[in-house]
Design a protein around this ligand. Structure first.
Ligand code: ZN
Length: 312
């Protein structure tokens, strides 16, 4: 875990603590207000609390002698809870009125369930890291809404709809890999950014990198003991690798690319790759084992049309 990651975790944990406390204090305040308004309700609450104390006291005593007493105490406590519930109903209040209203019902805003990080906290953490890294602002202009669909070919219209649906239904366990093939300025980067943003908003970890930067980062870490950049590329819920083919050609890059693509395939993590190269150029440039991965394990979307830059 990088230092930045650890700091982000600390910050998110603090926010969770804060919102949990807020929900719990609000519940306490609702009870206090109700008690202040109605002495009858106040009596129920006080009695209930006194039973709770007696139950706790009984627990601290020798278990054998307290057993009988405990069951009577529990029954009285349960009866008071029922009276409380009835009271709420009569007042036209919901059954959970006096309970804390947590944002996440799964973890009660604790962020963890059975020692594992809850999806809600993972989402917060991913969004936080994306905002910190500037990824959100990178995606800001290139959204589905800002993609001009005027005069699109039927093929491009299909691509647009496909991408929007892909983003809406994104799930790292089930989403496919995509290969965007087409000339410069036909909207590949725009649509992959739009997917990236939507997936980020869903709370998944997204890494967006130019192929050249990504592959040289991997090469730099070749002999390093720690490989944080490579791990980042390999472990993101969604990796968007932009502009494949612009990286420096050579055996080294091809093997890093293969390594990356293969690692993600094995781990079942979706990747979106865009390239200006034609299918023939891809085949010439990359080894056949890499080419067969790209064509066999990726859904290919062909982008056509005129250069869109300047229209957006
Ligand atoms: Zn949760």
């Amino acid at each position: 875990m990088t230092e930045k990651h650890a700091a982000a975790r600390g910050e998110i944990a603090r926010r969770f603590e804060e919102k949990r406390t807020r929900a719990e204090s609000a519940a306490e305040a609702r009870r206090a207000a109700l008690k202040a308004k109605d002495p009858a309700f106040s009596a129920i609450c006080d009695e209930k609390e006194s039973y709770l104390e007696k139950i706790l006291l009984a627990f601290t005593r020798d278990a054998e002698s307290a057993r009988e007493e405990l069951s009577t105490l529990r029954a009285s406590h349960a009866e008071l809870r029922e009276r409380e519930a009835e009271y709420l109903k009569k007042q036209g209040l919901s059954a959970d009125y006096l309970l804390p209203h947590y944002e996440c019902e799964v973890c009660g805003d604790r962020g963890y369930v059975d020692g594992r990080m809850c999806a809600c906290m993972r989402g917060e953490l991913n969004r936080f890291l994306a905002r910190e890294s500037g990824l959100f602002s990178l995606f800001e202009k290139q959204t589905f809404e800002s993609f001009s669909t005027d005069g699109l070919s039927e093929k491009m219209r299909e691509n647009f709809d496909f991408c929007r649906e892909y983003a809406a239904e994104f799930d790292p366990r089930t989403s496919t890999n995509l290969l965007f093939v087409g000339g410069t300025g036909v909207g590949k980067t725009h649509l992959s950014s739009a997917i990236g943003r939507a997936v980020l908003e869903k709370g998944y970890g997204v890494v967006y990198e130019g192929a050249m930067t990504a592959l040289s980062a991997m090469e730099m870490e070749r002999y390093a003991e720690e490989k944080p950049q490579s791990a980042r590329l390999m472990e993101a819920d969604l990796l968007i690798l932009d502009d494949l083919g612009t990286e420096l050609p050579g055996k080294g890059t091809v093997s890093f690319l293969y390594l990356l693509i293969n690692a993600r395939l094995i781990a079942n993590r979706p990747t979106i790759i865009s390239t200006n190269l034609s299918a023939r150029e891809l085949e010439t440039r990359y080894e056949s084992r890499l080419f067969s991965r790209l064509t066999g394990e990726y859904e290919v979307l062909l982008f056509d049309g005129e250069d869109r830059r300047g229209r957006e």
